[in-house]
Ligand binder design. Sequence first.
Ligand code: ADP
Length: 200
Amino acid sequence: MSHPKQERTLVLIKPDGVQRSLIGEIIHRFERVGLKFLALKMIIPTKKQAENFYPSNEEWFLSVGNKTIKGYEAKGIKLDRSPLKQGKFVKKILVDFMTSGPIVAIVLQGNEAVKIVRKLVGSTEPLSSDVGTIRGDFNIDSYTMADVDQRAVRNLVHASESVNEAERELKCWFKEEKILRYNLVQDKILYDVNLDGIKE
Ligand code: ADP
């Protein structure tokens, strides 16, 4: 098993994050928490890249579809689309969104990187994501408004959901040899076991 400090995750600053001039704000949060940047680039995704990036299996469609339906139920609204149909619809509108302009793709590394990043990012819908998270602090979008306009929720960032997903996703945007390996001075205080060499 690899050491926990080697866990990697993928973050995409979505087109709305770039258009809102929030690249610096968003990157700052990942940097100051102690994560290491292994790769970073700006791209305009093609339709093929975006379609390949978001999964096309039934499990993903159902998970995304059910999440939306639950969100509506919490507000007392009953959606008449099935979870599968809703999931497929979300994929279509997501691909449209992600190909609408430049995004920033980032590979981050650190202990529990996947969970740490998801915590900083907040839950899917900006309206209900916690204050203090990226989605809660910098956006006002909601499922209701996205649905009225038949478009994807604009929630500034994508963050991998699990370690396995992260490894699949980061390969969609980066060749392994473009993902850097290096030491940061701060790695010592985050991970070094003995901490000798600090005291004079
Ligand atoms: P997360 O990004 O929080 O992991 P999901 O994986 O469930 O969320 O969904 C992927 C993306 O699809 C979301 O970030 C959001 O932009 C969009 N999305 C999800 N559900 C809906 C919905 N019901 N309506 C519009 N867009 C949605």
